[in-house]
Ligand binder design. Structure first.
Ligand SMILES: [Zn+2]
Length: 278
């Protein structure tokens, strides 16, 4: 009898498992979203992604974001959700597909000599990269946000995330964020409540504001002409972080919005849409 009830319990939890995967196909450079009734984590590609308490509903549920690296090739994979119920570990495996994001290509022909940076610039680029990665890898378990995310500007997207940049025929980089149209001096607002963790002029990104929203989510607001916050400030959704500009390696004024989840660069638009589904 005991065995039968255990079996029934196992069947029940498999069929009506309390972990939900929102979509089993995700493009490179985007995230999977899972929801659970229990705490725990998701194992994917030898890494663990914690289930955090949700903040957008009163269900006391948990959610996990699993980022897929931009350079991941299309393949079949699996996500293993490990949850804890009354001290018992429960496993649920999801078969998933990483698909090609079909990002457009931008062919750039440049004089190879011009693609080289000075020794000083290289040192600066490396230092700034290291500094930012250290920030992005610092995961605040609490959510600093408590409402749906909004866009930092209500304007046209002039360049989407992910465009491949082919220099002289070979893939050298990709567009690491989303560009919004912004004439010089347009107020740039925070997408949610968070904490400013970096306010600095950087080589590529120009005047940059990085905001930590907690639970491994960071947004970067780049190329500003003017800062209106300082490092350490707690900002509210809609608060002006600075004014748009054309600082850094750009051809004209605009806002470049970048997103990191667990230290991985992802599509900010998909991220915002996903977070608002929780
Ligand atoms: Zn950009």
């Amino acid at each position: 009898m005991k065995k039968i009830s255990l079996l029934l319990f196992l069947i029940f939890s498999y069929v009506f498992g309390d972990v939900t995967l929102f979509k089993d196909k995700v493009s490179n450079g985007r995230c999977f979203l899972l929801k659970s009734n229990e705490s725990g984590y998701v194992a994917f590609s030898a890494k663990r992604y914690k289930f955090f308490p949700t903040v957008l509903d009163n269900s006391h549920a948990y959610y996990a974001l699993v980022p897929v690296n931009y350079y991941a090739k299309p393949h079949l994979d699996k996500l293993i959700a490990v949850t804890f119920e009354n001290g018992q570990k429960r496993y649920k495996t999801f078969r998933v597909k990483i698909i090609d994001g079909k990002y457009k290509s931008e062919k750039l022909r440049v004089n190879p000599k011009k693609a080289h940076f000075s020794k000083e610039a290289k040192i600066r680029i490396a230092r700034e990269y290291k500094e930012a990665q250290k920030i992005y890898n610092d995961i605040t378990p609490n959510a600093l946000w408590s409402k749906s995310f909004i866009f930092p500007l209500d304007t046209k997207i002039t360049s989407p995330f992910g465009t491949k940049r082919l220099f002289n025929g070979s893939l050298k980089s990709y567009h690491s964020g989303t560009d919004f149209r912004a004439k010089m001096g347009t107020p740039i607002i925070s997408a949610n409540d968070g904490q400013v963790v970096l306010v600095k002029n950087r080589f590529f990104a120009g005047n940059s504001v990085l905001v930590n929203y907690g639970q491994g989510i960071y947004l970067g607001y780049f190329h500003m002409s003017h800062f209106l916050v300082k490092k350490g400030d707690f900002v509210k959704q809609g608060q002006v972080l600075g004014l748009s500009g054309a600082t850094g390696r750009v051809t004209g004024p605009h806002l470049h919005l970048g997103a990191k989840v667990w230290g991985v660069q992802v599509d900010p638009i998909q991220l915002i849409h996903l977070l608002n589904q929780i």
